[in-house]
Design a protein around this ligand. Structure first.
Ligand code: CP3
Length: 346
């Protein structure tokens, strides 16, 4: 399919027959790899790294070379397109992203500039570069952050345990907050279409903080702009993956978004996910990343348990419920990839 040598990931996403379960891992190119740390050193900091096409292509393909995963996710960040609309941010060591001009009042939303895809031309070049470098061996996944998650960072100004500024803004100014979400949805439609035009074989929407809302607030705020994005994506075969962390309380709502694949964390049973999807969409997940800190025996047992929950039908892409962490061992990650490949043969 689609001129690819290994299209297992796409076939599982589109619920076509597969010989084994495909696997890729969120944050698969990251600091846990010495090779990644060397590239980052060369680049300077994280922002100069993801704007450097050559080094970002190298980072993107590292997991293919070192782990043998079935799909590449481009090396970038969910905050990347926000620079174009006038948000200034930096990534601080040990702290994560920090905004220098966070949104503090409804008027600040009016000051946002229109998104220009020329400002993120390097993301398109990275996608083209990865497709060239891997010679179309495996599919390339593009991505973006979900409007709620991006708005949460733009208002909070940094990572937070409870996103209290962002949520208080949402409750105080629901209309302004929805206007911000809608602006972000329009930007992300353009951004994802640009990634698909550049050669992305699939796109994933990361809603890392949507799960911190009540079911009512999820339905009112987080979900509508995601539906709008999915409707606005112009695609031929390219599946859309919708990831939300902490979705157990409103999985029934999440699966109305119109995605092809729903990516879930470990706090929901994959057998229930399968039952609810009822063959109408695929699932991705959902190993607890902490399992990677245990022995190979435990990793194998937990991975096989997830494979068993789905069974031999197509429509499951193995992944973690959230990303790999900087202090994980490459050897253990590789072991997981090998076990999934071996134990899922049909
Ligand atoms: O999955 C991949 O390998 C692709 C690349 C990717 C990164 N970030 C690279 C990254 C993707 C898809 C993301 C998504 C992302 N970024 C999310 C959504 C997924 C999730 O984890 O919930 C979020 C919330 C962000 C925002 C972000 N970026 C934070 C909070 C941080 C700091 C936390 C940390 O781990 O340091 C980042 C930095 C970041 N994004 C790094 C990488 C490899 C570390 C950069 C470095 O210091 O080298």
């Amino acid at each position: 399919m689609k001129d690819l040598k290994n299209d297992l990931f796409l076939r599982a996403a589109l619920r076509e027959p597969i010989e084994r379960t495909p696997i890729w891992l969120m944050r698969q190119a990251g600091r846990y790899m010495p090779e990644y740390r060397a590239l980052r050193e060369k680049a300077g900091n994280f922002v100069t790294f993801y704007k450097n096409v050559e080094l970002s292509v190298e980072a993107t393909i590292l997991p293919r070379k070192l782990l043998g995963i079935d799909a590449s996710i481009i090396f970038s960040d969910i905050l990347t397109p926000l620079e174009s609309i006038g948000m200034n941010f930096e990534f601080r060591e040990g702290e994560g992203p920090v905004f220098l001009n966070p949104i503090q009042k409804p008027d600040d939303i009016l000051k946002l500039k229109p998104f220009k895809k020329e400002d993120v031309y390097y993301v398109g070049e990275i996608i083209k570069g990865v497709n060239r470098a891997l010679n179309r061996e495996i599919p390339t996944i593009g991505f973006c952050g979900a409007p709620f998650t991006l708005a949460a960072y733009m208002i909070e100004g940094r990572t937070s345990r409870d996103f209290k500024k962002a949520k208080a803004f949402m409750y105080n100014y629901p209309d302004a907050f929805k206007e911000l979400l809608d602006k972000l949805a329009d930007m992300l439609i353009e951004y994802l279409n640009f990634q698909i035009e550049s050669g992305a074989d699939a796109v994933q929407i990361f809603d890392s903080w949507g799960g911190y809302l009540s079911p009512d607030d999820y339905r009112e705020f987080a979900l509508p702009p995601i539906k709008k994005i999915i409707k606005g994506i112009k695609r031929d075969y390219q599946p859309v993956i919708h990831f939300t962390k902490g979705v157990a309380g409103f999985f029934d709502d999440m699966i109305t978004s119109g995605a092809d694949v729903y990516s879930v964390d470990w706090m929901i049973d994959l057998a229930d996910v399968k039952k609810k999807l009822n063959g109408k969409a695929a699932a991705q997940g959902n190993l607890d990343p902490i399992v990677l800190y245990t022995s190979e025996e435990v990793i194998e047992e937990k991975a096989v348990s997830i494979l068993k929950k789905w069974g031999s039908d197509t429509g499951h892409i193995f992944n973690l419920g959230h990303g790999l962490m900087p202090d994980m061992e490459v050897k253990k990650v590789k072991f997981l990839v090998d076990v999934v490949k071996e134990k899922s043969i049909r």
